[in-house]
Every structure is written in C-alpha cells, then in structure tokens.
Design a protein around this ligand. Structure first.
Ligand code: ADP
Length: 344
C-alpha cells in the first residue's frame, strides 16, 4: 500500500533575476512510496530533491498535480491540518537544526510540546526515544557538547518523538564522516525495521543508498529519470545520471585482480577514461560520444579519485563492436579526456 502518492506534480520558483524564466524545481513528477519501505531520492545539487521533500510534508504548496500523504490530499489541507500532518511526517536535516540554547531533552521536549503533548507524557517519551537512539546519558548535555553523529541522533530522536509514520531524511548523513555516516544509516535502517517507519532518504551518497534503501529514484532537472529497486539500480543503471552515481561507489581504475576479473567477465575491449570534475560539460561530452557511435558500451568499473583541488571520475567501459569502430570511438574519446585501453 502506498503512503505517499504523487501524480504529475510541478513546482516552480520565481527567477533569481528579473526577466529570467521561472525555475522549474519539480517538473511533472509521479511517484508512489510504499508504506514501510526505505525509498531513496538521489540527485546532484539543484535536482529538486529538497523541494520534493518540502512538498511531501506540506511546507510548500504544489503548482499543479496531486499529492496524497497517508491518505490525505495535501493541497486541500488548511494550515492547521497541515501542522497536524507534519507530526506524522518527521524530518531530519543535514545541519541537524537543533536549538543550541536547549539541552538534548529540551530540544525533544519542545517538539512534543508543540505537538500538544502533556508534561508527564513528554517526560516519558523523551526517555524512550533517547534510549532508542542510545543517548539517554546525554539528556542534559547541550548540542555543542556532542559529536556530529550524536547531534544527528538527537535530530532523529526529536523527529521520532511524535511517532511519525514517515521520516524524511534530507541529506541527513552528508555532514558526517564516513564511519559516523554508517552508524546513522544503520540507525535509520533499525527505525524502519523495528518501528515500521517509512523512510524517504534524500541523498547524493550512494553508499548510504546501497546499504539501506529498498528502492530509489534518480532525479535530474526536476524530473525522475530512473526508478528501480536498489539492486537493479546498482547492477544495471540505465540513465546516464544513474550510471554516474553508481560509478561513484565502485572503485577507481581497475588493477591487478580487479582487472583480471573484469577481463574474464567481459569479452569486449576495456577502456578507462578519466574525467576531471572541474569541467561539468566534459562528462556530458564523453557520454554523448559514447552514445553517438555503433559500439555497444557498458560501464563495468568506476569511481571518483579525490585530488587536492579537483576530483576525477574514472570510468572503465566494456566496448563491443567492430574493431575499426572501437578504434574510432577510442580516438574520439582521446580528443576529449585521458583515455586508456586496459588489460590488453
Ligand atoms: P536539491 O535538493 O536537489 O539540491 P532543490 O530542490 O533545493 O534541489 O532545488 C531545485 C531548484 O529549485 C534549484 O534550481 C534551486 O535553486 C531552486 N530553488 C529551491 N528552493 C527555492 C526557493 N525557495 N526559491 C527559489 N528557488 C529555489
């Protein structure tokens, strides 16, 4: 059963400068999120992910389309009903958004009081949720006495306090180091399993998607360009955007055993290209070139190498086709970026 049902939803904003076109942040999105699943919305900055999240909890009004959350038609709700709805749609943020002047318990208490909980019930609930996230002993600490991961666990406890059916996590792990990211991701997964909470995970971090999401949608320029269960997305991404995202979690250039394994599995010619991420258009040109010829290509290995002041995407492709066509394709790629045939 779906708990979020979005049909042909659009949302635009006024342009930054006068006379320019309106910004189409979300453009004709249709999406159905099942009750009890972890659904990831993936995309680069500016793709429209946060806007979509704000439409789901009614913080923003849609321009057109239809959106049902937990059986209620969001556009038809009055402000008071929207406030009520937001109690069943908890939200956690990249920057935690805690009150620094309140204790951990005080932050959660505030959320409960706003939702109209009585004092005794609040006290008990605060203890319950802090225990659940493993921070009971930090109840009287202030946010700036906590690590990033602990702050986010407080953010999660606060969001859970009112027993939401849906948890919207907007880049909730993006400000954390990799180890802490893993811990917070595990906590989200446990919330989903033990409490049955539906989680909408907005992120550009594919490791998190891979480790906990059941399904994922990839957004680009306000539209959903691909929607699949997580395994299919990682094994056989179809859109260019999905291929790029998947490539970020597979390691860089293949060497040694990796290369031998690729060689064994793929009968074609293996070619690695290195695309500096400082120039946005380069990646687009590479994929356009790949699509233009007669050679069939498949992304088999890839990753991003982080250098001091630039990141380089390293993709290895398996090319299959006539050898003259493959030669021509390699020559075209070499005109754009560093291109190496590997494992010959
Ligand atoms: P994402 O979360 O994927 O980074 P956003 O939903 O934040 O994307 O933004 C999508 C587009 O809408 C961007 O071009 C952004 O600049 C624009 N946008 C988002 N919120 C506003 C706003 N309140 N006012 C004007 N433009 C906005």
């Amino acid at each position: 059963m779906s708990i979020v049902e979005i049909t042909q939803v659009a949302k635009s904003y006024p342009p930054a400068s006068r006379g320019a076109a309106r910004i189409q942040a979300v453009n004709g999105v249709s999406l159905s999120i099942n009750e009890g699943e972890i659904f990831a919305i993936i995309g680069y900055s500016g793709a429209g992910k946060s806007t979509l999240a704000r439409l789901i909890n009614g913080l923003e009004r849609i321009d057109s389309g239809q959106i049902f959350v937990d059986g209620q038609s969001i556009p038809d709700l009055k402000e008071k009903q929207l406030r009520k709805l937001r109690q069943s749609v908890g939200m956690i943020f990249q920057q935690f958004n805690l009150f620094t002047s309140k204790t951990v318990a005080g932050n959660i208490d505030y959320a409960l009081a706003t939702a109209g909980w009585e004092k005794d019930a609040r006290k008990q609930r605060i203890a319950e949720v802090l225990d659940f996230v493993g921070l009971l002993e930090k109840a009287w600490a202030y946010p700036n006495q906590l690590s990033g991961g602990q702050k986010q666990r407080v953010g999660i406890a606060r969001a859970l306090a009112t027993r939401p059916k849906i948890l919207l996590a907007d880049e909730a792990t993006s400000a954390l180091d990799p180890e802490t990211t893993g811990e917070v991701a595990s906590l989200l997964s446990r919330i989903n399993r033990e409490l049955g909470t539906t989680i909408v995970l907005i992120t550009h971090e594919m490791d998190v998607v891979r480790s906990i999401a059941h399904r994922a949608a990839v957004m680009e320029k306000g539209e959903i360009v691909e929607l699949a269960d997580t395994a299919s997305l990682f094994l056989a991404p179809k859109s260019r955007a999905a291929k790029n995202f998947v490539a970020t979690v597979i390691d860089g250039e293949p060497h040694g055993e990796d290369l031998a394994r690729l060689r064994e599995r793929h009968p074609g010619r293996l070619v690695t290209v290195k695309i500096p991420q400082t120039e946005e258009r380069l990646q687009e040109r590479v994929f356009t070139t790949l699509g233009a010829g007669k050679v069939s290509w498949e992304l088999v290995h890839g990753g991003v190498v982080h250098l001091q002041d630039e990141d380089i995407a390293v993709f290895t492709f398996n090319f299959q086709g006539l050898s003259t066509d493959v030669d021509a394709l390699i020559a075209s790629l070499k005109q754009i970026v560093t291109t190496i045939e590997v494992g010959r």
